[in-house]
Design a protein around this ligand. Structure first.
Ligand SMILES: NC(=O)c1ccc[n+]([C@@H]2O[C@H](COP(=O)([O-])OP(=O)(O)OC[C@H]3O[C@@H](n4cnc5c(N)ncnc54)[C@H](OP(=O)(O)O)[C@@H]3O)[C@@H](O)[C@H]2O)c1
Length: 223
């Protein structure tokens, strides 16, 4: 049986990912900061016949991330789904806010990938990106800059790991959860399952298959 670790499991895409990768027969390793939520998700998966374990880890804490992979050396697929999504503007956002968001959205991913690559048989890394990476705007300043940095890292990692037959895929999610076509968490999770199967593209634009001309936030404003 294979093991899939999802870092960043909440009620949205994270839980849907756990459910779908679990339904395929994988043992699911769920990671987040809130023990009570993880326990609830585990019970839910268990009722659906899915085997899971969970770890309470804050990705901004390097010692905790290192310890996580020491406890879980046999993971095949890593999904980095953590994302701090608060909206802010370039004038009033504090350096503290930007630093915390950068640590959560970018450094946490880099740390997790580097630790995962030291484990026994890393095979696949999938990362949840966002359309904000492609469309910087005054309303999404820190989200856009961190998702752009994340995108840059993941595309570089894809190239670096190609010769090692380790697949790295960035899922650029160009929409808001539960708003519009294809944005139910279940549907979004299916795109990750497909990416893990195909093991081809460095970046998958979802939904639609190509980069949107305008951001999901502008689409929402236009109605
Ligand atoms: N929701 C959207 O509309 C949307 C659209 C496009 C892209 N995305 C991207 O999709 C991903 C998932 O978003 P989602 O809204 O569906 O979230 P989700 O899967 O419902 O939850 C993600 C979980 O990550 C955990 N987390 C946050 N900070 C963490 C940290 N420092 N260390 C460990 N775990 C942490 C949180 O749980 P704890 O608080 O328990 O740690 C949170 O519940 C994000 O990368 C987001 O940027 C979302």
């Amino acid at each position: 049986m294979k093991k899939v670790m999802i870092i960043g499991v909440g009620p949205g895409f994270g839980l849907a990912l756990a459910q779908q990768f679990g339904e395929l027969g994988n043992t699911v390793v769920m990671v987040a900061r809130t023990a009570s939520h993880l326990k609830k998700y585990q019970q839910q998966l268990n009722e659906n016949g899915i085997q899971s374990v969970s770890h309470v880890v804050d990705v901004t804490n390097h010692t905790q991330v290192m310890h996580l992979f020491q406890c879980e050396p046999e993971v095949d697929t890593l999904i980095y789904n953590v994302g701090k999504k608060d909206l802010d503007d370039p004038l009033s956002s504090s350096l503290d806010t930007i630093e915390t968001t950068f640590k959560t959205n970018v450094l946490g991913c880099i740390d997790a990938c580097q630790q995962f690559l030291k484990t026994v048989h890393p095979r696949t890394i999938l990362v949840t990106g966002g359309g904000a990476a492609l469309h910087p705007s005054a309303m999404t300043t820190t989200l856009s800059l961190t998702k752009a940095a994340l995108r840059s890292y993941v595309l570089s990692l894809h190239e670096a790991l190609l010769p090692h037959n380790i697949y790295v895929g960035l899922l650029t999610i160009q929409g808001l959860a539960n708003v519009g076509t294809g944005m139910q968490p279940k549907e979004v999770a299916s795109a990750f399952v497909e990416a893990a199967k195909q093991r081809k593209k460095a970046e998958i634009f979802y939904p639609g298959g190509q980069a949107n001309q305008i951001s999901e936030f502008d689409q929402l404003k236009q109605g």
